[in-house]
Write a protein that binds this ligand. Structure first.
Ligand SMILES: Cc1ncc(COP(=O)(O)O)c(C=O)c1O
Length: 399
């Protein structure tokens, strides 16, 4: 049997699937219960759900712009998911990429400090791969410039910094329930705030969103069932070999669908929520084992989590010393079916289609560009065995 690990994901048991399907069909207040559970788990008074993290970010940006209409510039990490600049463009705002540090994948704070405050609406934290950004520091800088902080924890649900949950440290925060995220529910986004004024502005934006259609809900149910089956390492070669599924393909597309969360994803969220802490612990254990084994390597750099933070490592980041090394290592790891991959193909400043939405004729962000060329991500999910880890380590040590 051809064994191929997926790069990320959470295996779904039959019982979870059946319960989620049952909850989808019977109107029993699942969605309301999910919201109440999230409110208490995140310790925030206002929680909303939508169909994706992109929609959550779009709603957050529009709500903030409603409160400060004279400001229209959104500072984002120069290396992040292409959905982030897409949501800024879709909201009619201007993109300002901010340099990152390869050592932590957090912002380059000297660059962040130097941003002009005029027109700056907000700074969006990114928590790349579940490594927590220093949001209190971002907040101090943003507040001094009269700007908001969006704590975008799309990749970091369950991560903490000094005991505070990623996603809850800004003026408004968000999570993604998309494929490969900490808590995947086929699709979905969660929006949170502690601020009653921002909550009111969010309400006004959400009022314009249509509910998910039934045909779409049925399609999500089909994806849930197919995903549960094909994530298995014995079957993952099948979706992996179908290019039209676009697995692992990153696209910049501001024309994304906007709607509320569908019932299937709400029901799956209710089920998966109970598993999040346990699955994150497995991710952390796998990542720390890889980190320990590669410690001191001169070929690979391992981005460090901040002190007093608990990352979630939706994948383990490893920076190859140079681009050619990355290509060679990835080829070996992929031939062995070990679920390794690159990540976003370029820095935000190199997305040509987004150029017309830049806030200024932007220069380059060399560190972000270098990360884009050198980053390898290793799987950490519960299907990774000790043997898989050993095989990854052995290949990396050969270089
Ligand atoms: C940092 C960040 N923000 C927002 C999003 C958008 O989430 P979604 O894919 O659910 O639209 C992503 C998705 O990968 C992300 O990584």
């Amino acid at each position: 049997m051809l064994r191929r690990l997926p790069p990320a994901g959470v295996p779904l048991e039959g019982r979870t699937l059946l319960t989620a399907l049952g909850r989808t069909l019977v109107a029993n207040g699942t969605h309301e219960r999910v919201l109440r559970t999230l409110e208490s788990w995140l310790a925030v008074p206002y929680v909303y759900t939508v169909n994706s993290g992109r929609t959550a970010l779009w709603v957050a940006l529009r709500a903030l712009h409603r409160l400060q209409p004279e400001r229209n510039v959104v500072a984002i990490p120069a290396y992040t998911c292409f959905s982030v600049p897409a949501a800024v463009a879709r909201a009619g705002l201007r993109i300002l990429p901010v340099e990152i540090q390869p050592e932590t994948l957090d912002f380059d704070y000297a660059h962040l400090e130097s941003l002009p405050e005029k027109h700056l609406l907000c700074v969006v934290a990114g928590h790349l791969l579940g490594l927590v950004n220093d949001v209190p520091r971002i907040r101090r800088i943003a507040t001094a410039k009269g700007a908001y902080v969006v704590d975008d924890a799309a990749q970091a649900m369950g991560a903490t910094l000094q005991g505070q949950r990623a996603g809850t440290m800004g003026d408004v925060g968000l999570y993604s329930l998309g494929r490969g995220k900490a808590l995947p529910a086929v699709e979905g986004g969660i929006l949170v705030t502690r601020d009653a004024v921002i909550a009111k502005a969010i309400h006004a934006e959400l009022a314009q969103l249509p509910p998910a259609s039934w045909p779409h809900t049925v399609a999500v149910a089909a994806k849930m069932l197919a995903g549960a089956l094909l994530l298995h390492p014995g079957l993952y070669w099948l979706p992996h070999s179908l290019p039209f599924l676009k697995l692992g393909v990153t696209e910049y597309n501001p024309d994304f669908p906007l709607s509320r969360l569908c019932r299937v994803s709400a029901a799956l969220l209710a089920e998966m929520q109970q598993k999040l802490e346990r699955v994150n612990q497995i991710r952390r254990t796998n990542a720390e084992a890889l980190r320990a084994a590669l410690h001191g390597s001169s070929s690979f750099q391992l981005p460090q989590p901040l002190p007093y933070s608990e990352p979630v490592y939706i994948r383990m980041p490893v920076l190859a010393a140079h681009r050619e090394l990355r290509q060679a290592v990835l080829a070996r790891l992929q031939a062995a079916g070990l679920g390794a991959s690159g990540y976003y193909p370029s820095a935000v400043c190199d997305i040509a289609a987004a150029r017309s939405h830049w806030s200024t004729p932007q220069g380059h962000c060399p560190a972000a560009e270098s990360v884009a060329q050198r980053l390898i991500t290793l799987p950490t999910h519960p299907l990774v065995t000790a043997r898989d880890r050993e095989a990854m380590i052995q290949i990396l040590r050969e270089f």
